[in-house]
Design a protein around this ligand. Structure first.
Ligand code: HEM
Length: 429
């Protein structure tokens, strides 16, 4: 078990006990294993379940440094050793390769150009203007189960909300959004594996997006895809493939993460009744400041992205005293860094009022999450509305029985069964 991995080392010898990772217990609660790594092996070379060998970075200071280090490339094709790993790291196959050349898999100068383009279209103003739509989607989803007195908050709430939100924002017509919901469902149920249904779903999404971008060109609207096309017409070049890859990354980077923030965040609140009561009291009094700091704390405490995406050394380098060879994959464990006692006081405690909470839940450096403003609005709206409309919300399962999805990068629940008094108990909508 993970607990036995934390047993003290034999007297006089190095801390030799290796934490057991990637087991069922580990998926349920990886934090004890990460605490062990931070303390005994902060730069840890391991063999992943896929068979790929990679370095895990677990301390906050190292994590931040690695995320901003230009010697680490996001593009596995730049090195043959890395390219070999790529085939086994769950990036869907060659047929969809053009779609995979998106922000998270490229380096400057292409990254700089594409990031500038999307920033010109995906503005804070566009996101702020979208907030009422997020509220509407949230209320509609709750309306569908409020009379029942029970729900699975993952399937009925956390999963559909971000999909509909990003589809709306991109400008995917309402009648096509259920297709996206199905493709996205297929992708998260079966991970990013290169075969079978996932590759087929990615392929369908790819041809749909190519077609949609074509149609938008013929009549630009005020959606995000039209904004991207406009930004590229104004100067910087954006090829058809790049536009499709951009839509794809906005969709796939934005949906499973947001599902997990709503799911993990709601679970954390249900497991911390005093913090939850405090938040509910504040919301009832019309005070949303605690919701703002609270969502940041939920990201730090049990965030959606357990490990940052793949990085590869383009030259030999040293991290935490270990030599990393050229081509080696390096994985930053955001979940471990965000519980580092060197950076956070009492890191295993959920404190919704936590100040100076510079967590790495959205990453750091040039790949810092571009969707963070939208994610924040979605999480605040979803969690705030749930606690307001369903004030006696309760977990309907033993926490130890909840199943986690167990992929490498993301951390999220398969289901979150809850019960509550049926019907709207509040008029404060
Ligand atoms: C990048 C987290 C929501 C779009 C990232 C990264 C993290 C992250 C950790 C950096 C990964 C790395 O460096 O390896 C999250 C979390 C979210 C969230 C925790 C929700 C709670 C969203 C949303 C969108 C989005 C809603 C879009 C609609 C992106 C994009 C990138 C990114 C496009 C790549 C940026 C780049 O490479 O320049 N996100 N994200 N994310 N995120 Fe998010």
């Amino acid at each position: 078990s993970v607990a036995s991995a934390a047993d003290p080392a034999p007297a006089g010898g190095p801390a030799a006990a290796m934490p057991e990772m990637f087991t069922w217990e580990f998926a349920t609660d990886p934090y004890p294993a990460y605490a062990w790594l931070r303390e005994h092996a902060p730069m840890y070379r391991t063999t992943l379940p896929s068979g790929v060998e990679a370095w895990l970075v677990t301390r906050y200071a190292d994590a931040k440094q690695v995320l901003a280090d230009p010697r680490l490339s996001k593009n596995p094709q730049r090195h043959s050793a890395a390219a070999h790993a790529r085939g086994r790291v769950g990036i869907p196959g060659e047929r969809n390769a053009d779609l995979m050349m998106h922000l998270l898999n490229i380096d400057p100068p292409d990254h700089t150009r594409l990031r500038r383009l999307v920033s010109a279209a995906f503005t804070p103003r566009r996101v702020a203007e979208f907030a009422p739509r997020v509220q509407e989607l949230t209320d509609r989803l709750i309306d569908d189960f409020v009379e029942r007195g029970s729900a699975d908050l993952i399937h009925e709430f956390a999963f559909p909300l971000p999909i509909y939100a990003i589809c709306d924002m991109l400008g995917v017509p309402a009648e096509d959004q259920d297709d996206f919901r199905d493709w996205a469902g297929m992708m998260i149920r079966h991970g990013g594996g290169p075969r079978g249904g996932v590759a087929r779903s990615v392929k369908k999404m790819r041809s749909y997006l190519a077609d949609l971008i074509h149609r938008k060109r013929e009549g630009l609207g005020d959606d995000l895809i039209s904004g991207l096309i406009r930004a590229s017409d104004d100067g910087e070049h954006l090829s058809e493939n790049e536009a499709a890859a951009m839509c794809f990354v906005l969709l796939f980077a934005g949906f499973e993460t947001t599902i997990n923030l709503i799911g993990n965040g709601t679970l954390a609140l249900l497991r911390h009744p005093a913090e939850r009561a405090r938040l509910q009291a504040a919301l009832a009094a019309g005070d949303t400041a605690l919701l703002d700091t609270g969502v940041e704390e939920l990201l730090r405490y049990d965030g959606p992205v357990e490990l940052a995406t793949w990085r590869f050394a383009t030259e030999p380098l040293t991290v935490a005293g270990e030599r990393v060879a050229e081509g080696d994959p390096v994985l930053v464990v955001l979940a471990a860094a965000d519980r580092d006692p060197e950076r956070f006081t009492d890191p295993d405690r959920l404190d919704l009022t936590r100040r100076d909470n510079q967590h790495l839940g959205y990453g750091h450096g040039i790949h810092y999450c571009i969707g963070a403003p939208l994610a924040r609005i979605e999480a605040r709206t979803a969690i705030g509305t749930l606690l307001t409309r369903l004030p006696d919300l309760q977990l309907a399962a033993d926490p130890s029985e909840l199943r986690w999805r167990g992929g490498l990068i993301m951390r999220g629940l398969r289901t979150l069964p809850v019960t509550f008094t049926p019907g709207d108990t509040t008029t404060a909508r």
